[in-house]
Each structure stands twice: as structure tokens, then as C-alpha cells.
Write a protein that binds this ligand. Structure first.
Ligand code: M6R
Length: 366
């Protein structure tokens, strides 16, 4: 059932091209110009009534929500807040009938996420669930549902569920843009065309998986490291850091690259590994200057860049290149080398990759 892989996690990392295809599936109009999310059961009138969006989730699903915020704000120009479910309920969020609450949950059974969903409904908000399990509690109680077709995820560390959640957010963002007219048809068609190319680009990344092993072995020799990035790269850095902590037990922290000098730089000393994401072209120059700051303090920097860029490679000690795509779509590619990094680091440390200590696949207690 591991399809020839040693662990479920590696199998699930390799399931991603299919998970992307299945999640996009029939939701892209054959003409290639439109998204069709009728199954979500949200009328044009309901879409037009949305004034603000709250995204609520835990762990990796929360990190998908951070990317979701950028997607919805960029495509539909609707303000979005993102909260960890266990915090949301207790902060007296301002929810009303114009608020769309989006809960994101692979299992659809996470206790805090479910409680936040109920709280949102009590306050009159409409709830959209993005979940991987048809018929889960979250799916049953939400008003609208987008199912991610990632297939069962067994490894505790979430991989294909996260990337399928990103695909769901792209689809939803495009649906909003289409209905609200916030983006023109040509732009939408271009995003769709680029989305369709993502699965084969993931395959290209997976074909180079071995090149991450060396990095992972170096990382596994340390007890402390940093992930840095700006914009969407920062959101992906947070996910990369969680994944690494979860299965390798190596402490890491994800930092917005521009925020380092406000404290964290004090922790950089000789040989501390720093994973620097530099896929956001408009922010690259700034990220590179932050890389120079850590290099000057002795850090050993591994970079992730997009094909066609040359500047990042000059500033780092090792680089992984992902295929080129639209800036907005890069998280669906840049997270893959980080998944592989945590997998190989966990292996190098001799850990139980699929069943990390202290953790459960589905967290049904608050
Ligand atoms: O089933 P859910 O998506 O609601 O689970 C949320 C988190 O517990 C989950 O993403 C967790 O953070 C993963 N183990 C991370 O890899």
C-alpha cells in the first residue's frame, strides 16, 4: 500500500501530481477559460454579499490558509484574516452575516476547527469547508464544501493535503474573481493554463529529489536552524519549518526575512543552517540582502529559486531550482523541496517518519 516507497510520507509526496490533477479535475471548464465550482452551492448573490473572509484552521491547514489569504486578496480584493482555530474562538472575532468563514481541515474532524465552525455559524456567518474527507463532521456542518481530492493521507506529516488545499484556494479565488469581475478573462485564463502545468512541474521536482539528501544530512547534524522568505515565500517557510520540526525533531524557526534584524539575527552564528526561499521575483533583491546579512554572520545558506533566476544562486552555498510558474502559484512548487528536506532529515536521524513521537494524525481534543 506504500506503492513501493519505504514510507507513506514519501508515497504521499509522490501522489501530489495526481492530487493536483484530481483536485482541479472537472472544476476547470474544458474551454480553459473558467472555473466551475457549482458543487460548492454558493450563488452569485451569496458571493456578491461577501464583505470579509476569515480563514480558520490548525497546523499545516493553517499554513495553507495563509497562502489562501494572499490568493483571495490578490484575485478578489476582499479583506481576509487568518486565525489558528484554538485562538479564534476566544478572541471575540467580529463576525456578521457578510463574513464568509472558511475552515480548512484535511480530516474534517479537528476539534478546534469544528468548534470554530460552530461559533461562526452561531454568529450568522456562512461557512465554506475545504476538506479531504467527504462526509466528515466539518463537511456535514458547513454550508458550502470544496473537497480536496488528495486521497487518504496516512503519514502524520501532511503533504499532499496541504498542496491540494492550495489548489482549492486557487480555484475558489478564481471563482470569486470571475463572479465579481475583479480580474479580466484573459488573466483568469492565463492562471488556469499555468495551473494545468503544475502537476508536470511537480514531477520535474520529484525527479531531482535525491539532490536534497545532501542538504538534509547537513541539516540533520544541527539542532537549530532558520527558514526565511518574504511574501508567499514566508508562508511556505512556516510550513517547511513545521514539517521539519514535526518529523526530524530539529528545532527551526521560520522568519519573515526582513524581520531578522529585529532580534533573530542574534542567533545566527558560524555554521547555522538557513533555508532561504527566493521565488518571489519582486522581493528577490530584498531577500538577497537579508541572505547577505546571515552569511556575514557565518550562516550556511541553502536557497530555493525559480528557473531563470541567477542572482540568488550567487548569494548562497547551495541552491535548488524549481520550474518557473506565476508568482502566485509558486507555493504549490516551492514547498516540495521542503517536504523532501524534512523527510530525508528525519531518515538521517533514524526517526519514525510516518509516526512522529507525541503526535496524532487527527486531533480530536481541544
Ligand atoms: O486534519 P486537519 O487538517 O484539521 O489537521 C490539522 C493539523 O493537525 C495538521 O495539519 C498537522 O499540523 C499536521 N500533522 C502537520 O503536518
Amino acid at each position: 500500500e506504500k506503492a513501493g516507497f519505504d514510507h507513506f510520507m514519501m508515497k504521499e509526496i509522490h501522489d501530489q501530481p495526481k492530487a493536483y490533477r484530481d483536485t482541479m479535475g472537472a472544476r476547470l471548464d474544458p474551454s480553459g477559460s473558467k472555473v466551475v465550482l457549482d458543487e460548492m452551492n454558493m450563488s452569485e448573490e451569496q458571493i456578491r454579499a461577501i464583505r470579509n473572509v476569515h480563514i480558520i484552521a490548525c497546523g499545516t491547514a493553517y499554513h495553507a490558509g495563509l497562502v489562501g489569504k494572499s490568493i483571495i486578496e490578490k484575485l478578489a480584493r476582499i479583506p481576509v484574516e487568518v486565525d489558528v482555530a484554538s485562538e479564534y474562538r476566544y478572541r471575540e472575532p467580529i463576525i456578521n452575516k457578510d463574513t464568509l468563514v472558511i475552515v480548512v481541515s484535511q480530516s474534517g474532524e479537528t476539534a478546534d476547527t469544528l468548534a470554530a465552525l460552530r461559533e461562526a455559524k452561531r454568529n450568522g456567518a456562512a461557512v465554506l469547508a475545504i476538506t479531504n474527507v467527504v462526509g466528515s463532521s466539518v463537511a456535514r456542518e458547513a454550508d458550502h464544501v470544496i473537497v480536496t481530492w488528495a486521497g487518504p493521507e496516512i503519514a502524520v506529516a501532511s503533504t499532499k493535503a496541504y498542496t491540494s488545499q492550495l489548489i482549492a484556494f486557487y480555484l475558489f479565488g478564481l471563482q470569486l474573481a470571475q463572479t465579481l469581475g475583479t480580474q479580466d478573462a484573459g488573466f483568469i485564463a492565463n492562471v488556469i493554463a499555468e495551473m494545468k502545468l503544475l502537476p508536470e512541474k511537480v514531477e520535474q521536482i520529484l525527479a531531482q529529489a535525491d539532490s536534497i539528501k545532501g542538504w538534509a544530512e547537513q541539516v540533520a547534524a544541527h539542532d537549530n536552524l532558520f527558514f526565511i522568505g518574504r511574501g508567499l515565500d514566508y508562508a511556505v517557510a512556516l510550513e517547511g519549518s513545521l514539517k521539519l520540526k514535526e518529523i526530524s525533531y530539529i528545532h527551526s524557526e521560520a522568519y519573515a526575512a526582513g524581520e531578522l534584524k529585529h532580534g533573530t539575527l542574534a542567533l545566527i552564528e558560524d555554521d547555522v543552517p538557513v533555508i532561504a526561499l527566493g521565488t518571489q521575483e519582486d522581493l528577490l533583491e530584498k531577500t538577497i540582502s537579508n541572505i547577505k546579512e546571515v552569511k556575514a554572520r557565518g550562516a550556511h545558506v541553502f536557497g530555493v529559486q525559480s528557473e531563470g533566476q541567477t542572482e540568488l544562486a550567487k548569494a548562497v552555498d547551495g541552491v535548488f531550482t524549481i520550474p518557473r510558474t506565476l508568482t502566485l502559484l509558486t507555493p504549490a512548487l516551492s514547498v516540495i523541496p521542503l517536504q523532501l528536506l524534512s523527510y530525508y532529515a528525519s531518515l538521517a536521524r533514524g526517526n519514525d517518519v510516518d509516526k512522529p513521537r507525541n503526535l496524532a494524525k487527527s486531533v480530536t481534543v481541544e
